[in-house]
Each structure stands twice: as C-alpha cells, then as structure tokens.
Design a protein around this ligand. Structure first.
Ligand code: AHR
Length: 322
C-alpha cells in the first residue's frame, strides 16, 4: 500500500513537472516567443478592452508576455522598451502614446536585432524600417465618418452650426488623424464652424472638465465632436449639469463604440458613435508569430469597423463585446 502511494505521488510530481516544462518550452515543445508589450495606459473603456484582448491572445503556451502599462507617459514607454531590449525579448510590441520622439529607442531595438510591431497608433519616423508592421484602425477615416454622420444629420438645417471639439491626447495619432478627417469633410460646407477645440486627453474626467469650461464661456453650442466615447460621456455629464439636454439641445458624435456609448445612445443622450475596434489581440498574435518566424508581413494591417446611430443602439447593445 505504502509502495503504491509513493508511486502515485511520484507520478503526480512528474506530470506536474512535465506540464511546467511544456509551458517553458512552449507550444508543441517549441520555445515560447518572448514578447515585450508596452501599453499606453488605462485611460478609456476602449483601452481596457484592448489590453484584455492582447493579454488573452498572448496568454497561451506560444508566448511569454512581459506587459508594461505606461500610464499615458512617453518616458515610461521608452523605459519599458529599453528594459525589453536589455532582457533580449524576441519581439517588442507597443502602442505609442504620441507620434514623435521614438527614433533613438527604435534605433536601439534595431541595433539589438529585435523586431518592433506597432499596435493601434502610428509613429513619425523618417526611416520606416525601424518597425516591421502597424496593426490598427484608420483614424483619418474615423474622423471622416463622424463628419459624414453630422453632414447627414444636419440636412436642411440653416447655419451656422457651432461645433465644440474634444480632442484626444495632444500629439497622438488618433487626435491628429481624427481631427484631419473630420475637417476634410466639414470644411466643404460653410455652415459648420468649430468654435471650441481643446484636449480632454481621452479621459471621461477631462472630457467633462473641458466641456464645463466651454459651456461657461458659451451656451450657444450645437454639436460636440469628441475624439472618443469616454470624453463624450464626460461631456454628457457637463451638459446635464448645465441644465441642457445632451443628444437634443446639443448633438453629440464620438468614436470607439464602447458599451457605455451604446447605453448613452439608448438613453437618447449620444447621437452616434464611429466604431474603433480594440479587439485585435488574435490578429496581433498571428502577426507576432509570423514576425518571429521571419515570414513577410504587410507593413499596415487595418482593422474593419462601422458607424452606429441611436436607432440601432437597443438591438446592438447585447451584441457588443467591449
Ligand atoms: O488609440 C485609440 C484611442 O485611444 C481610442 O479611441 C481611445 O478611446 C483610446 O484612449
């Protein structure tokens, strides 16, 4: 009996050790791909969904993920990337908080022969061989989509249509590109005037704060264009506190398509949201596998997305995954 117990215990230990060494050795005995990922932060519902998607997709046996949260600070991302280089990870991936200032650290990664994959946001570098690929949305097109919704919604309305813009993080690709795309469309129609434009840093709290300041200075605002849903939700609170009706007295269009936006649309407080899909973790995982294997990958991978309005909110809400 004693002998059998000892044999069983030894068997259990060897199964456990086997499982551990399989994880160390990765999928089907291959060594896992060590990925250093630097995320922007946790500034919005969108970002939380994006982090969860990436952690889940890179959480399997194929990968060993080293995740770092930069709390919306470029210096934290640069530090994280330098530490990934020092640890000699196989692939570095990151979502750059702003567009410029990456050349030195990307050159260091190149010198160390570590491929870099950009996610979500672009960088401005003179030499695009400093990164292998960028997976993310077409932010210019998102800005155009928001403006097209506005043009459509304002049919037959006389001007001026006075717009307050809540910009994203200063210097970030989505703030620059969404503003560009939005202007491309509205500038063709003289009824539209952007009378206020300031950064709310993509957060609910700052969106509210900036909208409060706009309304203190000027109650004659017809439309809010927010670069993301979180700032729009902050603006809704500020509009209500100012005694006005969001969605009616002031029309609101924003970008992301998070659940909070669908809830606000269902309540008639937000008019439209342009989708920006954060759930590209599985696509990123495949790209990283290909990059690590030295296979050719496209320089730009664009995520597919749509536009949603109030009349679709109730039906769409239960289907939303973020
Ligand atoms: O880069 C994507 C943007 O960053 C999202 O629109 C916003 O919500 C996030 O913070």
């Amino acid at each position: 009996m004693k002998h059998r117990l000892v044999t069983c215990a030894l068997l259990a230990v060897s199964v456990l050790l086997g499982a551990c060494s399989n994880k160390e050795a990765g999928h089907q005995g291959k060594a896992p791909i060590v990925v250093g990922f630097s995320q922007v932060g946790a500034e919005s519902e969108w970002r939380t969904a994006n982090t969860n998607s990436i952690k889940e997709a890179l959480g399997g046996d194929d990968f060993k993920l080293k995740f770092s949260d930069a709390q919306q600070k470029q210096e934290n991302q640069i530090k994280a990337i330098r530490s990934f280089i020092a640890q000699r990870v196989n692939v570095i991936a990151f979502s750059p908080v702003v567009e410029s200032g990456w050349e030195p650290v990307l050159n260091e990664a190149k010198a160390a022969h570590i491929p870099v994959v950009l996610t979500d946001r672009a960088v401005k570098v003179p030499d695009d061989s400093l990164y292998v690929t960028l997976i993310g949305s077409d932010f210019v097109e998102e800005g155009r989509r928001a403006a097209r919704w506005l043009v459509d919604d304002s049919k037959g309305q006389p001007g001026p249509i006075r717009i307050a813009e809540l910009q994203g993080t200063v210097g970030s690709a989505p703030a620059i590109d969404r503003m560009k795309g939005f202007h491309e469309i509205i500038d063709a129609d003289p009824r539209f005037q952007v009378v206020h434009s300031q950064s709310g840093d993509f957060t609910r709290a700052k969106g509210k704060e900036v909208m409060e300041a706009f309304l203190k200075a000027d109650r004659n605002i017809n439309v809010v264009f927010a670069h993301n849903d979180d700032m729009a939700i902050g603006a809704i609170l500020a509009i209500e506190e100012a005694g006005l009706k969001p969605g009616k007295d002031i029309k609101i269009v924003s970008i992301d398509g998070v659940r909070g936006a669908f809830e606000a649309m269902k309540d008639g407080k937000l008019n439209a949201t342009v989708e920006c899909n954060p759930l590209f973790g599985p696509q990123l995982a495949q790209l990283i596998r290909d990059v690590a294997a030295g296979k050719p990958v496209p320089k730009r991978v664009v995520v597919q997305e749509g536009v949603f309005t109030q009349d679709q909110a109730a039906a769409e809400l239960p289907k939303r995954k973020y």
